[in-house]
Design a protein around this ligand. Structure first.
Ligand SMILES: Cc1cc2nc3c(=O)[nH]c(=O)nc-3n(C[C@H](O)[C@H](O)[C@H](O)COP(=O)(O)OP(=O)(O)OC[C@H]3O[C@@H](n4cnc5c(N)ncnc54)[C@H](O)[C@@H]3O)c2cc1C
Length: 299
C-alpha cells in the first residue's frame, strides 16, 4: 500500500502512523494509519480510488479545528486537504478559494482587494473546505451568505460545481456533510468596500474574540451546538461548571462553551467532561446539549 500511495503522491506526502494531535487545534488524538497529502485534484482522485478499492475507511481533514480525535487514532486513511491545496484568486468582486486555504488568509486577501463579506469569518481557524462543509458562522453571519458556487468531488472521483441554492446549507450542515462529498473549492461573491472600513470590522471581530474566547489554549471552539432558545455556554456557566475539570480537560474559565486542553488532556478526558456537562445541564434545565465538535476515530 505504501508504494501505491507514494507513486501517486510522492514519498514526502505519505505518512504512516501519524499522530493526529499534530493536526488538530485541540492537540489531541492518536495515530492515523495513513496520512495522505494530495497536491491537486488529480492526485486526490487517484488516492480515493486506491482507498476505495482496498475497502479502507477514509476521512477528509481540513485544518482540524472542529475535531476530537480518539486516543486510539484513526483506522484507514486521513486525506488532508491543507495549505498545499490553498490557492486564492480574486477577479472583480469574486474570489475563488481552494479547499485548503485558511479563512483568515482568504479574508485578508479580500480585504486588501477592497472586498467585503468575509469579515465575520476572519477569526474562524478553519479551512475553506471545512467552513463550506460545516456552513461555519459567527456574529449572525454564515458562509451561506457569500458562497456563489462550490466545486466538489464525489467518492467516484467525479467533479461537479453546484450553485448556492443547491448546497442545502443549514445550521452547521450542507449538501457536502450530508453526502460525504469532498469540497475542492468555492467561489465567493463579495462586495466592493473601502479596505480601511473592512479592516476596522475585522479588527472589531478579532477584539471581541480575544476578549471572550480562550484563544491562548488548545481547543476546538464551541463544543456544543446552540440549543433552540439558549446559548450553550450560558447554560454551562449557569450550571456552575466554569473551570470544572476532568483529567487535563477543563471548561474554560473565560468562555464556558469551550473545553480547553490544559496540556496533557486525552480524548477520553474531554468526552467524560462532555458527558458530565450534558448530564448536569439536563438535570438543571431539561435541555439536552448536542456536540458540534466532531468525534472521529477510536476512543
Ligand atoms: C478557537 C476556535 C474558534 C472557533 N470559532 C468558530 C466560529 O466562530 N464559528 C464556527 O462555525 N466554527 C468555529 N470554530 C470551529 C471550526 O473552526 C469550524 O467548524 C471550521 O469550519 C472547521 O474547518 P476545518 O478546516 O478546521 O475542518 P476540520 O476540523 O478539519 O473538519 C471538520 C469537518 O469538515 C470536514 N471537512 C474538512 N475539509 C473538508 C473538505 N475539503 N471536503 C469535505 N469535508 C471536509 C471534515 O471531514 C470534518 O467532518 C472554532 C474553532 C476554534 C478552535
Amino acid at each position: 500500500m505504501h508504494e501505491v500511495f507514494e507513486k501517486i503522491l510522492g514519498k514526502e506526502n505519505v505518512l504512516k502512523n501519524e499522530p493526529m494531535r499534530n493536526h488538530t487545534t485541540f492537540k489531541i488524538g492518536g495515530e492515523a494509519d495513513w496520512f495522505l497529502m494530495p497536491q491537486n485534484g488529480e492526485q486526490l482522485k487517484g488516492v480515493i480510488s486506491v482507498i476505495k478499492e482496498a475497502g479502507m475507511p477514509l476521512f477528509v481533514l481540513g485544518n482540524g479545528s472542529n475535531l476530537l480525535v480518539g486516543d486510539k487514532g484513526i483506522r484507514g486513511a486521513v486525506v488532508c486537504l491543507g495549505k498545499q491545496m490553498g490557492g486564492i484568486e480574486i477577479s472583480g468582486c469574486e474570489c475563488y478559494a481552494e479547499s485548503g486555504a485558511i479563512l483568515s488568509k482568504v479574508a485578508n486577501a479580500a480585504q486588501r482587494a477592497g472586498l467585503s463579506g468575509l469579515e465575520f469569518a476572519s477569526g474562524i481557524p478553519g479551512s475553506i473546505g471545512g467552513a463550506v462543509f460545516m456552513n461555519a458562522g459567527a456574529y449572525e453571519h454564515e458562509m451561506k451568505e457569500i458562497i456563489k458556487t462550490v466545486e466538489y468531488m464525489d467518492m467516484d472521483g467525479n467533479v461537479f460545481t453546484v450553485s448556492n441554492e443547491d448546497c442545502d446549507f443549514g445550521y452547521r450542515t450542507s449538501l457536502f456533510s450530508e453526502n460525504d462529498y469532498i469540497v475542492l473549492g468555492c467561489t465567493l461573491s463579495l462586495k466592493e468596500d473601502d479596505p480601511c472600513e473592512i479592516r476596522k470590522r475585522m479588527d472589531d471581530y478579532t477584539q471581541r474574540r480575544t476578549s471572550k474566547q480562550p484563544l491562548e489554549k488548545p481547543s476546538a471552539g464551541s463544543v456544543f451546538k446552540r440549543p433552540a432558545g439558549h446559548f450553550a455556554g450560558g447554560l454551562v456557566e449557569q450550571a456552575g461548571l466554569k473551570g470544572f475539570e476532568i483529567g487535563g480537560a477543563q471548561v474554560s474559565e473565560k468562555h464556558a462553551g469551550f473545553i480547553i486542553n490544559k496540556g496533557d488532556a486525552t480524548a477520553k478526558d474531554v468526552l467524560d467532561l462532555v458527558e458530565y456537562i450534558k448530564k448536569v445541564v439536563f438535570e438543571k434545565f431539561q435541555v439536552m446539549l448536542e456536540m458540534e465538535v466532531k468525534k472521529i476515530g477510536e476512543f
